[in-house]
Design a binder for this molecule. Structure first.
Ligand SMILES: Nc1ncnc2c1ncn2[C@@H]1O[C@H](COP(=O)(O)OP(=O)(O)O)[C@@H](O)[C@H]1O
Ligand SMILES: [Mg+2]
Length: 300
């Protein structure tokens, strides 16, 4: 029997990136003999009442599985409540999207991460942290330190803080949203690794190096090169992906001071295009193959 899938992406974000990712998955699904349709998150209307339901504005039958490239967690959960297998699952996307939740899950599994202190919830009203609070942060981390918003991407919500004036200014700027303070991994200045995990395997990897910024993100000027990870790096990335409950993920590793690897981020919706351009390896077929295997296991 021919499997059918929906590939859901966000229709509100600017640029072609998100649709491109969905199309890469679609192409791989079709190549596997599946029927694959692209949906934006607004092509589906979710109803909550005595019953849970959805209406697809494309009028299709419910699919056998969904590849969820969006971060619209409510919709992902709605689809799961209708017993449709969703990859990655809503829970993993939720954890991945929130860096504080991610670090909690990683720390709970004793996976090395930069030492982190998350800020208390403020509700954004008349936010004032007293000097004792700042003092404890400075004692914990010294300068420079990293501040990071729980929600962010492309390195845009990650801040380098050099002194107490910058610390107070930055806190004031973002205190209405969840954020954290973090140990600066100096030995990883402008460089990190991206390993792409699918299930129990690392499919491909790249090293990103920026000469102009402490952040290695490609958007921050990071240059990509193919990287051959060693067994320890692979094992760490797979553990990190599993720690957040992801089926597949782009895991970012930093270089610690004793050349050990430290997990920086676990991305459930990692863009696979950059990786493809850099390494020549398209991860999409691996993702589809993995899903097929998982669906087979479910049936048994
Ligand atoms: N604690 C840290 N120490 C050193 N560099 C860091 C640290 N945290 C992040 N970086 C750098 O900043 C980049 C972006 O941080 P990351 O947490 O991955 O956020 P984003 O989701 O925006 O990519 C990383 O790829 C890394 O190069
Ligand atoms: Mg990152």
């Amino acid at each position: 029997m021919k499997l059918s899938c929906w590939i859901i992406y966000n229709g509100f974000l600017p640029g072609n990136k998100f649709r491109d990712y969905a199309e890469m998955i679609q192409e791989a699904a079709i190549a596997h003999g599946h029927e694959a349709t692209l949906y934006t998150n607004s092509d589906i209307v979710s109803f909550l009442d005595q019953e849970i339901n959805i209406i697809s504005l494309k009028n299709d039958l419910l699919p056998d599985y969904i590849v969820y490239t969006d971060k619209d967690i409510y919709l992902a959960k709605q689809l799961e409540l209708l017993h449709i297998p969703v990859f990655n699952c809503a829970k993993a996307i939720d954890i991945s999207d929130d860096k504080i939740k991610t670090y909690q899950m990683l720390a709970a599994k004793q996976i090395p991460i930069p030492r982190t202190v998350f800020a208390p919830k403020t509700f954004g009203l008349h936010v004032h942290f007293d000097d004792l609070f700042f003092q404890s942060i400075i004692e914990q981390f010294g300068f420079p330190l990293i501040m990071k918003e729980a929600f962010g991407s492309f390195g845009e919500q990650v801040y380098f803080v050099s002194n107490v004036v910058e610390l107070k200014e930055q806190v004031e700027k973002i205190a209405d949203r969840p954020f954290m303070f973090q140990q600066f991994i100096e030995t990883s200045y402008g460089v990190d690794l991206r390993l792409q995990v699918v299930g129990d395997e690392v499919i491909t990897a790249m090293k990103r190096t920026s000469n102009t910024d402490f952040r290695a993100n490609v958007t921050s000027g990071g240059k990509m090169e193919t990287y051959i990870p060693n067994d320890a790096e692979k094992a760490l990335a797979i553990r990190a992906s599993k720690a957040i409950g992801a089926d597949f993920a782009g895991v970012d590793l930093l270089f610690g001071e004793n050349n050990e690897r430290i997990v920086c981020e676990v991305n459930s919706n990692a863009h696979i295009r950059n990786l493809y351009d850099c390494t020549g390896v398209n991860v999409a077929p691996d993702i589809i193959q993995y899903i097929e295997k998982r669906l087979g296991e479910r049936e048994q």
